[in-house]
Write a protein that binds this ligand. Structure first.
Ligand SMILES: NC(=O)c1ccc[n+]([C@@H]2O[C@H](COP(=O)([O-])OP(=O)(O)OC[C@H]3O[C@@H](n4cnc5c(N)ncnc54)[C@H](O)[C@@H]3O)[C@@H](O)[C@H]2O)c1
Length: 389
């Protein structure tokens, strides 16, 4: 915004590994592509290990660092707390940030339990701070365009939602017991880690889910002790074995409040599928399909097409008409995973300016958490479970 004074929004980020790198990149790239009244400033990053957090701050461009996240939250030169740490830390950090009057951006899932998630949502409401949860896949231009097609009635009444999120990074039994495989740290396995994203896409595109019935499985029950080292890689720390306490895979059926029926599958044991986050929606006038690994494309089938010409058309969502795409390159010059986070941060910065929490926010996080909990209950009881909103 040349000539316009932008408001500086000073970010304090807790955690600095996979998502820490992703968010840091998004803050830095946002002003390069988008005009916003609020400009993020990488003020300080927090981590427990001084040498490591110092190195991360220097590499990613943070002006300072803290070795205690509570000290970061107390600082009066911080406007936003960004939480990119494992799930068991989310509730304490978010509630402390809200009580300190900081706006909050947090990674998914919101918490370990519905009870924690509700306390977090109450805290942001009570303290009137702007809040957002990082379900980034909503912000792919093709997904936003799918939403527009649905809103415009192009598919008519929706019959089916089919959401699959398939990974294979823990298929090797020698992959260590990292935080993602411990219930007390992660809350659940494939369910909260990746099905939560499919649930968010379903809620965004179709509406609220009314009831679910599902099943869960843990294929490898014991693994060597180890830790994440960035991205989805890990290292083994010891030849001692520990117990896996979360699901390796989950599958469930759902019925939406509007009558649409859905199937969901999430697993980290689907060999060959690195990050196969897909959905298909079938409506009375056609279908749409999306696949994260080809995220610029949307497949659209319309029943009104002439006989002989019917078939899925492939739309490369890189034209100015496609949401966010006009901020980048000429049509056909594709964007990637990291751009979904730039769009998310763009919406968050607009929220900080307006005072309105963008979607998805903590209210969406609570609803998502209730669906996760209902799937777990259903897997235990082998019964349909109605979501209690
Ligand atoms: N939106 C997405 O697509 C996406 C992708 C991956 C992870 N996530 C979510 O992001 C969050 C972080 O996951 P990640 O993959 O970046 O994990 P990670 O293991 O790569 O990084 C975790 C970071 O948190 C720090 N940390 C751990 N415990 C801490 C504590 N008690 N106090 C302070 N710092 C602590 C670690 O040092 C590290 O910097 C999780 O909630 C995860 O579910 C979201």
């Amino acid at each position: 915004m040349v000539g316009v004074k932008q408001k500086e929004v000073r970010i304090g980020m807790i955690g600095y590994q996979f998502m820490g790198k992703m968010h840091s990149h998004a803050y830095r790239d946002l002003p390069f592509f988008f005009d916003t009244e609020a400009r993020p400033v990488l003020q300080a990053v927090a981590g427990r290990n001084e040498a490591a957090v110092k190195q991360a701050a220097e590499k990613m461009g943070w002006a300072s660092y803290e070795t205690d996240w509570r000290r970061l939250i107390e600082r009066d030169d911080i406007d936003v707390i960004d939480i990119v740490t494992p799930n068991h830390t989310h509730a304490d950090m978010a509630i402390a940030a809200a009580e300190a009057g900081k706006h909050i951006i947090i990674e998914k899932p919101l918490a370990l339990t519905v009870e924690q998630a509700e306390r977090m949502a109450e805290a942001v409401k009570r303290n009137n701070v702007v809040h957002m949860i990082c379900h980034n896949y909503r912000f792919a231009p093709a997904v936003q365009y799918a939403k527009k097609l649905i809103q415009d009635g192009v598919l008519g009444r929706l019959y089916h939602f089919r959401g699959n999120y398939l990974q294979d990074f823990i298929i090797d039994p020698a992959f260590p017991l990292v935080w993602r495989l411990k219930k007390e740290v992660s809350g659940s396995g494939a369910l909260g880690d990746i099905a939560a994203h499919s649930i968010d896409l379903a809620r965004f595109l179709v509406g609220d889910i009314h009831e679910v019935v599902g099943t869960m499985e843990t294929f490898i029950k014991k693994r060597p002790i180890g830790e994440m080292v960035g991205g989805l890689s890990a290292k083994v720390d010891s030849d001692q074995m520990g117990e896996v306490t979360v699901d390796d895979a989950v599958a469930f059926l759902a019925r939406f409040e509007n009558g649409t029926v859905a199937t969901f599958e999430a697993t980290r044991f689907a060999a060959g599928n690195r990050n196969k986050n897909t959905f298909e929606i079938n409506g009375e006038k056609g279908s749409i399909r999306w696949d994260m690994e080809n995220m610029n494309n949307l497949e659209v089938y319309l029943t009104e097409d002439a006989p002989g010409l019917q078939g899925f058309r492939l739309i490369n969502c890189t034209e100015d008409i496609h949401p966010y795409a006009g901020a980048y390159w000429p049509p056909g010059h594709i964007i990637g995973y990291e751009h979904t986070f730039i769009h998310l941060i763009y919406e968050f910065m607009k929220g900080v300016t307006s005072g309105e929490s963008p979607r998805p926010n903590f209210e969406d996080g609570v609803k998502n958490q209730k669906i996760l909990a209902a799937v777990e209950t259903s897997a235990q009881t082998k019964q349909w479970v109605t979501i209690d909103y």
